[in-house]
Design a protein around this ligand. Sequence first.
Ligand code: SAM
Length: 395
Amino acid sequence: MNYIGSKHSLLPEIERVLDEHGVPRSGIALDLFAGTGAVGKLLKRRGHTVWANDWQRYAYVTNAALIEQNRLPEFPRLTLPTQQDVNRHPRCETVLAYLQTLPGRKGEFYEHYCEGGSAGRQYFSRENGLRLQQIRDTIELWRSIEQITESEYFWLVACVIESADRVANTASVYGAYLKHLKATAEKPLQLVALRPQESAVQGHRAFCQDSLALLREQPGPFTLIYIDPPYNARQYSANYHILETLARWDVEEFEPRGLTGLRPAESHRSAYSLASTAQKAFTALLSEARADYVLFSYNNEGLVPEATLLQLLGAVSDSAETVVSSKSRPGRDSVSVTRIPFKRFRADADHEKRTYSADATEELLILARLRSSSPLSSVATTQLSSQGEELSSAV
Ligand SMILES: C[S@@+](CC[C@H](N)C(=O)[O-])C[C@H]1O[C@@H](n2cnc3c(N)ncnc32)[C@H](O)[C@@H]1O
């Protein structure tokens, strides 16, 4: 999925930073803003028990399928009307193949969001919209009559989300749909089987909570906390509202708003995406971080300036005198920064109302060795919050 802020292309750099600084390949790694699960998969491969969190339901479902599970689901309780191919394919593929044969039908999702629906929006072609409606209705039915387990349910929904995204009639995100069907949106929906990341370790988990609330609830200690928050004002809840609705399948419970059919206004507005609250939110998050290491991903054009972030991380790092190095000096500094030139995320091309300033920005990977994996002393917490306040008045 072409997801805003996905770290898929940065995985080699992330792995290199962790290895060069000797971050152990064991213990629990908490991915607090997990998105597509790309980094969680890397951390599983690295040998960690991974806990992945994201408060968007589509991201949670994806992480429940790819991170929480170590292998493909088997569907032992499900009876399909057609049982052909049962010995020729893994059972999960037979289940997808069955869903793939459903002809489609009308329903609320189709009416609100698909070509030919009564609301006039066209995020999906008529044919794909009708089929998505019936496929999701069927998965919901199987769950309600307990023919599938919760993990089988999440895997199926994650496969539908990924497959639907490939035929969506948008420029990239769901802030708007295109007036005419683009070529990929005209292709028939093809259900893809997502592969959970294999791992010899048990105990992987997925959470769907506000990051700070989760940190307060789960005391750790963790080997590593990976923090990859939004860095600009784009709200994921608005940009991916269709995927959220496909994940929750709750369109009968709200009135889609405006031209684009957004979910209710109060849905998840992230404090990290508002200039007025982002720094306070980081301060609070770091004061709850109980881990050996924190790896922080951010962008040099982010809402919180790099210098501020480094000071916040310096306050929780394990050196009394914080040495902040912009060159990565493995094993020597308690806070180190790696800068990676990064192609800017573009939802669409330049046009008369918008010209992007530059194609490249810098992605920052800031690794901090923390003072202690036990809860921060009150001195450190006070230092952190007063630093946060000083900084916010200075910025
Ligand atoms: C930069 S993206 C993470 C990308 C991810 N690392 C990947 O590679 O796919 C930021 C994520 O933070 C999530 N998010 C924003 N605010 C949050 C909050 N308060 N609690 C939990 N998740 C949040 C968004 O839903 C989004 O998926």
